[in-house]
Design a protein around this ligand. Structure first.
Ligand SMILES: [Zn+2]
Length: 71
């Protein structure tokens, strides 16, 4: 399990607690503990219309087995 955070202001971004951006970006709110970035993203998208996974810490949507397509 990892902790995930959402950047609340502007474009919402999903970050893991160990992301290098976390201490830099303002307005981070803790989303919770999740097994994977995908699980965190699902939860985030319930709360926010649009959430982009961080390309640094959440390697979602970059791989060929695109887990972004999971409903
Ligand atoms: Zn990140």
């Amino acid at each position: 399990m990892s902790s995930y955070y959402i950047k609340k202001y502007g474009v919402h971004e999903l970050h893991q607690s160990n992301c290098v951006w976390l201490p830099i970006r303002k307005g981070m709110v803790k989303l919770g503990e999740f097994d994977s970035a995908l699980e965190a993203l699902k939860k985030a998208r319930v709360l926010y219309d649009e959430v982009n996974p961080c390309s640094t810490c959440c390697s979602i949507g970059k791989k060929r087995s695109n887990i972004m397509s999971v409903d």
